[in-house]
Design a protein around this ligand. Structure first.
Ligand code: DON
Length: 318
């Protein structure tokens, strides 16, 4: 496959050099943010860490910074379970339970759930929507957890990916707000089945542990219209990759999605671990890690790095 047009004249070593410079330029930006602490285990992350990885659709990989650091998927997993639910239940079944609109509210807000009619979550990227999507996956708890993990491994091309037990347990013990969202949805028939079981699967998908390279590789599948960037094999239908990228644009950075679309213009999904997954259509997947967050739950240095990358290489889709 050819390089995307923005990069065809730049060699991999030049890309690596530019990426290294930008990571070091933006590393101090994390100082203005704070590591997530509402899930106690996440507060142990070092706010000085920063890493970035690009997975070009040519198969070339470029990395810079603390590339060995591992972190959990958190909300980045929401795109992955959405793709699975769309494949396993179909569009009609998924959109009967969750909407397609941005909220303009924080990721864990309950407000719109209560005031909207019907009382279904506005989109699958907020916590309520993602919990509802997870509840749609067929099978027993163990089967669902196993299938989510296998799908993440398949997308990342890395069979060594597993769970971070400490992060899983920490969220399980403290997730009162997510419990409130889930029980509310159970009352209004958005959630079926056992609420605690659904939450357990959701906490586990959030606690899947990856590095930047894994995240970039997952982003590359979405960028590559659902196909494996190395083999070209279809992992998901093109239409599903398209729906996921569209939600990444409209809701992937929560109530900062509009500003992010203007300043960066790359379909992206953040997680409170400080990870960001980007998918530049027909070009590359991007994985970023820097754990200090802004007040909307997005990595401060990660967003600024993406803004610089987009400006330097002309990556905005708009
Ligand atoms: O449910 C939660 O609150 C976390 N497991 C995930 C939230 C998240 O990553 C929001 N992202 N910025």
């Amino acid at each position: 496959m050819q390089r995307c047009k923005w990069m065809e004249t730049t060699s991999v070593s030049e890309l690596e050099h530019e990426l290294k410079e930008l990571v070091e330029k933006h590393r101090p930006d994390g100082q203005t943010g704070e590591v997530a602490n509402y899930i106690p285990a996440l507060s142990k992350a070092n706010p000085k860490h920063m890493a970035a990885s690009l997975c070009l659709l040519t198969g070339e990989q470029v990395q810079a910074g603390d590339v060995d650091e591992r972190f959990t998927l958190q909300s980045m997993s929401k795109v992955i379970t959405l793709a699975m639910a769309l494949m396993e239940c179909g569009e009609a079944c998924v959109f009967e339970k969750v909407g397609m609109e941005p909220t303009g509210d924080p990721f864990n807000s309950i407000m719109k759930l209560e005031i909207m009619r019907p009382n279904k979550p506005l989109n699958p990227m907020i916590n309520a929507g993602a919990i509802a999507v997870t509840s749609l996956l067929p099978g027993t708890v163990e089967e669902k957890v196993e299938r989510i993990l296998s799908f993440v491994r398949r997308l990342a091309g890395n069979t060594a990916i597993g769970f971070n037990e400490a992060v899983y347990r920490s969220e399980q013990e403290t997730a009162d707000l997510n419990r409130a969202l889930a029980y509310f949805m159970k009352q209004y028939d958005v959630l079926e089945g056992d609420v605690e079981e659904v939450l357990d699967i959701y906490f586990k998908q959030c606690a899947i542990e990856v590095n930047c390279q894994d995240v970039a590789r997952i982003g590359a599948v979405f960028a590559n219209r659902g196909r494996d960037p190395e083999t070209g094999e279809a992992i998901m239908p093109e239409q599903i990759a398209k729906i996921c990228k569209t939600f990444m644009v409209t809701c992937g950075m929560y109530n900062a999605s509009g500003e992010f679309a203007i300043r960066v213009g790359i379909p992206a999904k953040s997680g409170v671990s400080g990870g960001i997954m980007g998918a530049v259509p027909h070009c590359m997947g991007i994985g970023i890690y820097s754990p200090a967050l802004d007040d909307k739950g997005n990595s401060v240095a990660g967003v600024r790095l993406l803004e610089s990358l987009s400006a330097t290489w002309g990556l905005s889709i708009f």
